[in-house]
Design a protein around this ligand. Structure first.
Ligand code: SF4
Ligand code: SF4
Ligand code: FES
Length: 281
């Protein structure tokens, strides 16, 4: 239950780190929004969008942000709120004012290129899922009958990993996950730029979310058919060996996914895979 101060504030001060477009300089803007009980950060941003005027009375462009499900399922609204990366749809104003009664501070995530204001390009996160083949392949749409059975114990073990919503909190908090911001060259076609981006992403750390998804699909009885390919991707440059075991990821994951357990499991699988490959030479 949220405890409210006996005298609720009349206004909420909101400081937003803004950026007009990729590669441009960022700047702070302060807004003042009339307080209402039970607001979340998205409703604060909606009120700013409805009347985009700064606290000192200047009319400005509306603040841009992303959201979709509004119930902490899609991950699209992730941003840094009062210094902690989290979902703005489930960040409640009353609770944030308990953390800091003076203001709410909003910034875009720090490890992804900013598209505009609080919107970032998370395509690198999805590229990592492609790299580790985080899916179960099907080779047709006709009914192929029941798949192999999975015991309730195995389902129980896999379930936490299946809750990942690709929000990127774990990546934003990870010291081994560095920001990469590439610019398309004048002599480069869109396809060439996309290929250069994919190759750059593939050389860098895949991140804890992709490691956990590789483990999830390797635990799946049908997914096991591609287990070696996933472990191969986890042993390649940018794989599980990059993890420095700082454990920031597990402490910020909104779904409380046991990321460090997945990383330990992936590390053991990578070692076995490397030894096997050495004997197979
Ligand atoms: S445990 Fe590994 S993946 Fe998690 S934050 Fe630390 S370095 Fe990053
Ligand atoms: S593992 Fe957790 S923090 Fe990381 S992307 Fe998935 S839900 Fe978000
Ligand atoms: S809008 Fe989907 S998680 Fe917040």
């Amino acid at each position: 239950m949220i405890s409210r101060s006996k005298t609720s504030p009349e206004h909420v001060e909101v400081r937003v780190l803004r950026q007009a477009a990729p590669q441009q300089r960022s700047y702070w803007e302060r807004f003042r929004v009339a307080y209402e009980p039970d607001m979340n950060v998205i409703s604060v941003l909606q009120r700013i969008a409805a009347r985009p005027r700064t606290a000192d009375g200047q009319d400005v462009t509306p603040v841009a942000w992303d959201c979709n499900c509004l119930e902490e399922v899609c991950g699209a609204c992730t941003m840094v709120v009062n210094g902690r990366v989290r979902q703005s749809c489930s960040a409640l104003v009353d609770r944030l004012l308990e953390e800091n009664p003076a203001e709410i501070e909003l910034r875009p995530m720090t490890k992804f290129p900013v598209l505009r204001d609080l919107m970032v390009d998370r395509s690198r996160l999805f590229r990592a899922l492609e790299k580790v083949k985080a899916w179960v392949p099907v080779d047709s749409y006709h009914d192929m009958g029941a798949g192999p059975r999975q015991s309730p114990e195995a389902q129980q073990e896999s379930y936490p990993y299946s809750q990942c919503m690709s929000c990127g909190c774990c990546l934003d908090a990870c010291p081994q996950y560095r920001k990469i911001e590439l610019i398309q060259r004048d002599d480069e076609t869109d396809e060439q730029f996309a290929a250069r981006q994919a190759a750059t992403y593939d050389r860098n750390f895949v991140g804890p979310h992709a490691i956990a998804q590789a483990i999830l699909f390797n635990q799946n009885p049908t997914g096991q058919m591609n287990a070696d390919e996933r472990v191969e991707a986890l042993t390649a440059p940018g794989g599980v060996q990059v993890c420095g075991n700082a454990q920031n990821c597990v402490s910020v994951c909104p779904k409380e996914i046991p990321l460090t357990t997945a990383i330990a499991q992936a590390g053991r699988a990578a070692t076995v895979h490397s030894i096997k490959r050495w004997f197979d030479r």
